[in-house]
Design a binder for this molecule. Structure first.
Ligand code: DGL
Length: 270
C-alpha cells in the first residue's frame, strides 16, 4: 500500500515530512531526480520526459498513486500527462491545486463558478518554468475573480539548496523578495510555489515583513492527500516498504537531505 512521491530533487522532502506526519501508517517511496535538477530552467518537453520516466520508476515500486511534489512538473507536465499518458488504473496528482484552494478559501472539489475572495494581491514565488507556464494564474481564474498576481521567477534558489549552500540560498531569496516588492509593494499573501522553498520559509517571511500571509504547501498537500485516500483507498498500491531513491549520487544526496531536513535521511540509487 505504498504511495509514490516525486520531486526533481530535495524539495519534495518538505511535502513528504508533512504527509508522513499526517498519514503515519502509509509507506511512501520518494524519488528525487537529483541528476537532472533543477527542472525550473528546462523546457516543458524536457520536464514531461523526465517526469514520466520518474513516475514509471515509482509504478515499478508498486505505487499506483504518485504525487508530483514538484510545482514545476505539476505546472509544466501534469495536465499533458493526465490527458495523454496516465493509464486508467494509475493516478498522478500535483501540488498546485490544494494551495490554490487554500488561497481562494475553497473546500476540496468545490467546482462552483469563480467568485470574489478576501485576498486581492498575491505574490507568487516559483521557478522560472512554473512562472512561464502561468498554471497558477490559470487554476486561480477557475476559482476566483479580481485577484492580482505578481509572479517572481526565483532563479538560482533551487540550485543553491541542491548544492547545500544555505547562505547563497538566503541571499537569493532576499533579492527575489526585494525585486517583487518593487512591483507589488504590499502583497497580502505570498505563495511559495516550489517545494524547495519551505526550507527557506523563515527567510521569505522575514524579507516580506509582518502582515503578509505566507502559504506553503506541505501541510495543505498532506490534508488533501488524507482526504483523497479516504475516498480512494483502492489507490494505495501494492508496495509495502518506504524508500528514498535518487538518480544522483546517493551519498551526497543523503548528506544534503540530512542537512536540510535536520534528521537522518538515507537515499539509495534509483
Ligand atoms: N521542487 C521543485 C518545484 O516545486 C523544484 C523545481 C526545480 O527543480 O527547479 O518546483
Amino acid at each position: 500500500m505504498a504511495v509514490g512521491m516525486f520531486d526533481s530533487g530535495l524539495g519534495g522532502l518538505t511535502v513528504l515530512a508533512a504527509v508522513q506526519k499526517r498519514l503515519p501508517d502509509v509507506p511512501f517511496v520518494y524519488l528525487g531526480d537529483n541528476a537532472h535538477a533543477p527542472y525550473g530552467v528546462r523546457t516543458p518537453d524536457d520536464i514531461f520526459n523526465l517526469t514520466t520516466a520518474a513516475v514509471e520508476r515509482l509504478w515499478a515500486e508498486g505505487c499506483d498513486l504518485v504525487i508530483l511534489a514538484c510545482n514545476t512538473a505539476s505546472a509544466a507536465a501534469l495536465k499533458r500527462m493526465q490527458e495523454t499518458w496516465v493509464p486508467a488504473d494509475k493516478r498522478v496528482l500535483g501540488v498546485f491545486v490544494p494551495m490554490i484552494e487554500a488561497v481562494t478559501e475553497r473546500q476540496w472539489g468545490d467546482n462552483s463558478p469563480p467568485r470574489e475572495v478576501a485576498v486581492k494581491h498575491v505574490a507568487l514565488f516559483a521557478t522560472p518554468a512554473t512562472v512561464a507556464s502561468r498554471a497558477f494564474q490559470r487554476e486561480l481564474a477557475f476559482r476566483a475573480i479580481g485577484v492580482d498576481v505578481e509572479a517572481q521567477p526565483c532563479g538560482g534558489v533551487v540550485d543553491a539548496i541542491e548544492q547545500g549552500d544555505e547562505i547563497l540560498a538566503e541571499a537569493l531569496v532576499r533579492s527575489h523578495v526585494e525585486a517583487l516588492k518593487r512591483r507589488m509593494p504590499q502583497p497580502q499573501a505570498a505563495v511559495l510555489g516550489c517545494t524547495h522553498y519551505p526550507l527557506m520559509e523563515h527567510v521569505f517571511a522575514d524579507a516580506l515583513g509582518p502582515g503578509v500571509k505566507v502559504y506553503s504547501q506541505p501541510s495543505l498537500v498532506a490534508e488533501s492527500l488524507a482526504d483523497y485516500l479516504q475516498r480512494r483507498p483502492d489507490m494505495l498500491g501494492a508496495g509495502k516498504v518506504s524508500r528514498f531513491l535518487t538518480t544522483g549520487d546517493p551519498r551526497a544526496v543523503s548528506t544534503r537531505a540530512t542537512q536540510f531536513m535536520r534528521r537522518p535521511v538515507a537515499f539509495e540509487a534509483a
